[in-house]
Write a protein that binds this ligand. Structure first.
Ligand code: F6R
Length: 621
């Protein structure tokens, strides 16, 4: 939520600060697109130059073309997902203070802003926006007016702020400095040659440097062209080792596809293959990417709780079937935002698995902290290197899906399922539930999946054609059973997000307990049919469900395994996916559903990369 970029790099004012920040905003726009703005420190020592516009970044770009800003030495930029105040020009960031000397941008929510605002108003400060952010700007102004440096002022004010914030600020009187601070929201530092960068995400500066540092909780960073200084809120200097980002700018481009969504769907064979690559050592032990949970602890756990939100939670639901089957450990899957409010039974023998693409989802971060406070070991399955969840968990297994730019998740979902499977296989081996040859067979089966996903992609024209005919539909139902159930949920979520069509996913067995009342003449129902090679009764039970909805007038579209000769008898159309072991079929059967949503949304003329009201990384609770 909200993308933030900062840059400092030269003594003499030039065009690069604006260029770097606008380029960064274009890459970060997936984090929010309600408004965008930029502030530049020029050679005017009284006022920074600033421009901001409601709506997508293109509005700001047009405005800057017509009303260029002066050249600068440093700049900050922001793309907003609105929380406090409507998406207007006035509420867009940056916000100015000290008569335009200070500019500030913010990601997060300052929870005590009302009290701070009242305090500042009592002192005669006039507010120009409805945002919580503006209070931070005026607090900074108050501190710099006493002669403090911008960094010192930031350290003072952050101690008064409650809630979640990444703040970046510039001061017209310190033209070679950008200052940042963070609590509960992400901020990454990019190290350049004679220039330095700040971003909500490395994507912001990946085309300029692949050497990065994370700012941790309750820290302040000051960047100049030559130096990066990190301190805690009290001013104690912190040493931090940089890391190398293992993907480059090309991974965050469309690569010849019309949209990021299309590209990311096509990235899926690679995302799964990369997540699997080199994972097991010669003893069949899983190679984690960081931290560790001692094997004796993993041997003693008697329950697993997966915490996640949205698509990541559906990956957890898929994983539950596999882990329970392979490891005989009970697995619960809990939405992270519900978890800590229901007083969950969690203890040292509960392994908590936190799944998150961004690693910055606030609900999941808070659930991880809650679990750790109860003594539970936490393993994170995360895509973004160095993100908060990855750092705070006791161990981390990275999904290697590469940057996911489209707001709705696709390749991260497949990579998350793959990583949960790896965890399940590892636990099964460690706890003696499977023999080494069984483990090897499971890994071989997983290794065969990327090529099968590629086949689904290569044969997707039929589902695209059907999707294009459905632009006027108002409701679509998705049914699945066993591992097909979370696939149905994910198919429905994708359709809601991308095509703004009312869609519901149901466990097929639940149909007769109520949802069948929704079925009427012509309603499209998409059914994920279990493999006929699985539990035979499940296949025939779902075939019965297909017949039941068809008998009531529904149009039935079935995702079935190649060779399933029965499916065609009951469906208007069948889309076949290659055969795979039952537990691994979600990695294939979800792909046509992603393509269906994408194509239908495109047919309606919607922006599939940036659907309305959404933001990629939900960094507020
Ligand atoms: C759906 C989607 C969201 C995310 C959810 C969790 O397409 O993208 O439902 O899956 O917000 O985000 P992460 O995985 O970043 O924690």
């Amino acid at each position: 939520m909200c993308g933030i970029v900062g840059y400092v790099g030269s003594d003499a004012p030039g065009a690069r600060p604006q260029g770097v920040v606008m380029g960064g905003l274009a890459r970060l726009e997936y984090r929010g697109y309600d408004s965008a703005g930029i502030a530049i420190v020029t050679d005017d020592r009284e006022r920074v130059a600033m421009s901001k516009k409601a709506g997508k970044l293109v509005n700001l770009e047009k405005h800057l073309a017509e009303h260029p800003l002066a050249a600068g030495t440093a700049a900050i930029g922001h793309t907003r997902w609105a929380t406090h105040g409507a998406p207007t020009d006035a509420n867009a960031h940056p916000h100015l203070a000290a008569a335009g000397r200070i500019a500030i941008i913010h990601n997060g929510i300052i929870e005590n802003f009302a009290a701070l605002r009242a305090e500042l108003q009592d002192e005669g400060v006039e507010f120009l926006s409805e945002t919580d952010t503006e209070v931070a700007g005026h607090l900074l102004a108050r501190e710099v007016s006493t002669g403090r440096s911008l960094a010192d002022a930031m350290r003072v004010i952050t101690r008064r702020l409650e809630g979640a914030f990444t703040l970046l600020a510039v001061d017209a009187r310190e033209p070679r400095t950008v200052v940042g601070a963070r609590r509960n929201s992400p901020l990454v530092i990019g190290l350049g040659e004679g220039e330095n960068f700040l971003g909500s995400d490395v994507v912001a500066f990946i085309e300029h440097t692949r050497t990065a540092l994370e700012l941790h909780q309750d820290e302040v960073v000051e960047i100049t062209p030559e130096r990066v200084t990190i301190t805690d809120f009290s001013g104690f200097v912190v040493d931090r080792e940089p890391y190398h980002v293992d993907w480059d700018a090309s991974a965050a481009q469309k690569g010849g596809f019309a949209t990021f969504m299309e590209k990311e769907i096509h990235d899926q064979p690679t995302a799964v293959a990369d997540t699997l690559r080199g994972r097991m050592d010669e003893h069949g032990r899983l190679q984690l990417d960081g931290g560790m949970i001692h094997e004796s602890i993993l041997n003693s756990i008697d329950k697993i709780i997966v915490i996640a939100c949205g698509t990541a939670a559906y990956a957890g639901l898929v994983g539950r079937y596999a882990i329970e089957h392979w490891c005989r450990i009970p697995v619960e899957v809990e939405l992270a935002h519900e978890f800590r409010y229901r007083d969950p039974v969690v203890g040292v023998r509960t392994l908590v698995v936190a799944i998150s693409q961004s690693g910055e989802t606030m609900d999941t971060i808070m659930a991880v902290r809650h679990a750790q406070q109860q003594g539970a070991p936490v393993i994170a399955i995360v895509n973004s290197q160095g993100s908060t969840i990855a750092r705070e968990a006791d161990a981390v297994l990275y999904t290697r899906a590469g940057p996911e730019i489209a707001v709705a998740s696709t390749k991260a979902f497949l990579a998350q399922i793959t990583a949960v499977y790896l965890l399940g296989i590892y636990l099964a081996e460690l706890r003696g539930n499977k023999f080494p040859d069984e483990i090897e067979a499971l890994l071989d089966q997983l290794d065969a999946i990327p090529a099968k996903i590629q086949r689904v992609l290569d044969t997707s024209e039929a589902i695209r054609e059907v999707a294009r005919t459905m632009a006027d539909e108002r409701t679509v139902l998705f049914l699945g059973r066993h591992v097909g159930y979370p696939v149905a949920l994910e198919g429905a979520l994708k359709l809601k997000e991308l095509a703004y069509i009312h869609a519901e996913g149901f466990a097929a067995g639940e149909l007769k307990h109520g949802p069948i009342a929704l079925v009427e003449e012509g309603l499209p129902v998409i059914i994920v049919l279990p493999s006929p090679r699985g539990r035979e009764s499940l296949h025939s039970k779902v075939i019965s469900n297909v017949q039941e909805v068809r008998a009531r007038g529904a149009r039935t579209f079935v995702i079935a395994e190649e060779g399933d000769t029965e499916a065609a008898n009951y469906a208007e159309q069948v889309f076949f996916v290659p055969s795979a072991p039952v537990l691994m079929t979600p990695l294939l059967s979800v792909v046509p559903l992603q393509i269906f949503a994408l194509e239908l949304a495109a047919a309606k003329g919607y922006d599939v990369d940036q659907p309305r009201n959404l933001a990629k990384s939900v960094t507020v609770e």
